[in-house]
Design a protein around this ligand. Structure first.
Ligand code: COA
Length: 254
């Protein structure tokens, strides 16, 4: 079965990350499928809402670390950037259903969603520094805007996970539910949105975001350039190697 399932029904496009054996980590091919799913849903007038979901036990462990090691993104035409630009500029409502770990892009993609429903087992983290990297997806701009500088530093410098209730408190998620109820509740909310006039949804979302869109895309570009450079540097190589070898990284000389 595919690692990324696309299902369209009653005006709702549901993109399901389906690589549970690798904790729903995202490969280049999966980013390409996500970008394609978004592009199709944006263009198809019959599609009114997009849902992004994972599994009850895991939303996404972020970028596939073997991909980072062996076939890192080399430019702005990489699938990950198509996906991030696609979600940041997506014109219709996007809802995420998040249970279990949401690591790296598993958390930062949520900054571009319009509604987020979380299981009480959700654990959000952006451990870029721990991987010898820097923020991506405009998270260096959007996280402090959401939660203030000090809490953003806890998330982005310390890279420590924060749980669903903390995410609810800062406004990253709209509601916390038992994990078994999250996907069904999200579909219920998606159906409510899909029943509303599409033009009103699109114009309202556009106005909610338009003041910030250029700045978000510029920051994404700036982060992307630094991120790509850092992928090849010794700290990141040590972090990826350590993950593959199931050991702690040694940054003592870096
Ligand atoms: N890339 C590639 N493989 C990954 C992965 C990732 N980001 N995250 C998990 N996996 C793989 C593991 O290598 C393991 O594979 P194996 O069974 O072949 O050894 C499998 O998924 C299960 O992972 P495991 O670490 O044993 O699960 P866990 O429940 O103990 O921990 C996580 C889950 C998500 C907390 C942990 O896997 C993790 O921290 N992953 C890395 C997250 C990360 O740094 N992402 C990049 C952000 S930029």
């Amino acid at each position: 079965m595919s690692d990324l399932l696309t299902h369209s029904d009653a005006g709702i496009t549901t993109l399901t990350i389906n690589r549970v054996e690798k904790k729903n980590s995202l490969t280049a091919a999966m980013y390409a499928s996500l970008a394609m799913g978004l592009a199709q849903a944006a263009q198809d007038p019959a599609q009114r809402v997009v849902v992004i979901q994972g599994h009850e036990t895991v939303f996404s462990a972020g970028n596939d670390l073997a991909d980072f090691l062996h076939q890192p993104p080399t430019g702005t035409d990489a699938p990950v950037f198509h996906f991030l630009q696609g979600i940041a500029t997506f014109p219709k409502p996007v809802i995420a259903a998040v249970c279990g770990p949401a690591v790296g892009v598993g958390t930062t993609l949520l900054l571009h969603c319009d509604l987020v429903y979380a299981g009480d087992n959700a654990a959000f983290s952006m451990p870029f520094v721990n991987l010898g990297l820097c923020p991506e997806a405009a998270s260096s701009l959007l996280v402090p805007r959401l939660m203030g500088h000090q809490r953003a530093c806890e998330a982005l410098l310390m890279g420590e996970p924060f749980m669903a209730e903390a995410a609810l408190e800062v406004g990253l998620v709209n509601r916390v539910l038992p994990p078994t109820e999250v996907n069904a509740f999200t579909q219920q909310q998606a159906r409510k949105l899909a029943a509303k006039p599409l033009k009103s949804l699109i114009e309202t979302k556009r106005m909610l975001k338009s003041a910030h869109t250029a700045g978000v895309l510029a920051r994404m570009q700036e982060e992307g350039e630094v991120f790509r450079r850092m992928l090849a540097e010794p700290a990141a190589q040590e972090a990826f190697g350590a993950f593959m070898e199931k050991r702690q990284p040694d940054f003592s000389k870096l």
